[in-house]
Write a protein that binds this ligand. Structure first.
Ligand code: PLP
Length: 439
């Protein structure tokens, strides 16, 4: 019963698991095994022929990981999920599952830097062209589309710009053309449900909010089961033509009896089988632990981030605050439409005094960790111009939303007074350095 709940708080504690059938254990066990004893030869051949779903080998599936997959699929309202070794593996598989050499994908320009590298270089080297378009106008996706376009791709709340993506608008452009929208929802679990707005696939780096404790790298692809791949055989040949790597299976046909899970199954039994970016059962266990408190944490992240914004608004040495609550016009409309229950836990701000101020601010922090990560329960800070974006030219930095004085905070769930005190401390150090330079 509990797993049929539509409430995130309940799903995150119950979906996909009740108790260990062998021992009655309530916590999900870590099935630290590579392989699984088949009952007999018929059982083994049924599993390999996908006539029956079950465990074969941990590179492809594992009972601990299975609970994680079921839980996140339930949270998103999808039909199946595939856990992977990292968010990067999830983004790569999400595309490679549909696009082959000679094909293309249209992506938002506003992406995590690692995804940008994957798209602009590695996929390009594999013959898959990613066409980057500005999401300010959803029609840019249509304009960049041709007959070899296999997917649209975007992040719900990309940083550093923190401008929300027009999910329904772009999904609606793609659907009649047979082009699915793949949404990286890493920064906004619970706040945004991309499938409710027409997305077909959701990607997560579970390393961030889903795991939430900064202890394990992981990724997930969720199949919405809401996209009619079979209706577009020419647009989606990877799912509609015989797959020689699986004795000629046509994925939309082969898995019909199992439900609308062609996309998820193909990714598992071909890409994961061949490339092997499997999540370890131990990491799956840690991410499941994180999921149990995700709803509580997201509420606190959002509340504390809003309080940090309110504090920054009182400071004269902060010239700009980057947070959905401070946006106007179309960006604010999109934030209001797509973020429910809060504007997320990320806050950017612009310090007077450029790079040097940014550096001084970060060096003076005592509570915040100075790390290249987001979504930890702890508060994190980084100065992109001297770290994550330092390889870009100044013009390129500006195009991605990073100016010299830009500081990014991933606001944690500590007591808000302690978070604000630490930020105040950093601002005072930056002000002292400005005063010294001016003297
Ligand atoms: N997507 C987003 C939005 C991210 O922020 C990150 C990592 O920072 C990734 C994907 C990649 O995830 P991972 O580091 O787990 O490979």
């Amino acid at each position: 019963m509990s797993t049929h709940s539509r409430h995130a708080e309940t799903i995150l504690l119950h979906a996909g698991w009740r108790a260990d059938p062998a021992t009655g254990a309530v916590a999900v066990p870590i099935y630290q095994t590579t392989s699984y004893q088949f009952r007999d030869t018929e059982h083994a051949s049924n599993l390999f022929a996908l006539k029956e779903l079950g465990n074969i080998y941990t590179r492809i599936m594992n009972p601990t990981t299975d609970v994680l997959e079921k839980r996140v699929a339930a949270l998103e309202g999808g039909v199946a999920a595939l856990a992977l070794a990292s968010g990067q593996a999830a983004s790569a598989f999400a595309i490679q599952n549909l696009a082959r050499a000679g094909d293309n994908v249209v992506s938002s320009t506003d992406l995590y830097g690692g995804t940008w590298n994957l798209f602009a270089h590695t996929l390009k080297d594999q013959g898959i062209e990613v066409r980057f378009v500005d999401p300010i106008d959803p029609q840019n996706f249509r304009r960049a589309t041709d007959e070899r376009t296999r997917a649209y791709y975007a992040e719900t709340l990309p940083n550093p710009k923190l401008t929300v993506f027009p999910i329904a608008e772009v999904a609606a452009i793609g659907r009649p053309l047979g082009i699915p929208l793949i949404m990286d929802n890493t920064a906004t679990p619970i706040l945004t449900k991309p499938f409710e707005h027409g997305a077909a696939v959701v990607v997560y780096s579970t390393t961030k909010y889903l795991g939430g404790h900064g202890n394990s790298i992981g990724g997930l692809i969720v199949d919405g089961g809401n996209f009619d791949w079979a209706a577009h055989p020419e647009r989606q040949p990877a799912l509609n033509t015989p797959d020689p790597s699986y004795h000629g299976a046509v994925w939309t046909e082969a898995v019909k009896p199992l439900g609308p899970i062609a996309y998820a199954i193909k990714a598992r039994v071909t890409l994961l089988r061949d490339i092997g970016a499997a999540l370890s059962p131990f990491n799956a266990f840690l991410i499941i632990q994180g999921l149990e408190t995700l709803a509580l944490r997201m509420r606190e992240h959002c509340k504390n981030a809003q309080s940090v914004v309110d504090f920054l608004l009182t400071r004269k040495d902060v010239s700009r605050i980057i947070h959905p609550s401070q946006q106007q016009g179309v960006h604010r409309q999109r934030a209001d439409r797509y973020l429910k229950g809060g504007f997320g836990g990320l806050v950017g701000f612009e310090l007077a005094g450029g790079k040097e101020s940014g550096r001084r601010f970060i060096d003076a922090l005592q509570l915040h960790y100075h790390v290249a990560n987001i979504g930890d329960a702890r508060s994190l800070a980084i100065h992109p111009a001297t770290t994550t974006h330092s390889q870009l030219t100044s013009d390129e930095q500006l195009a991605t939303g990073v100016s010299d004085g830009y500081v990014r905070l991933s606001v944690g769930i500590e007591h808000i007074d302690d978070i604000v005190t630490d930020i105040k401390h950093g601002l005072e150090a930056a002000a002292a350095s400005r005063a010294r330079r001016a003297a």
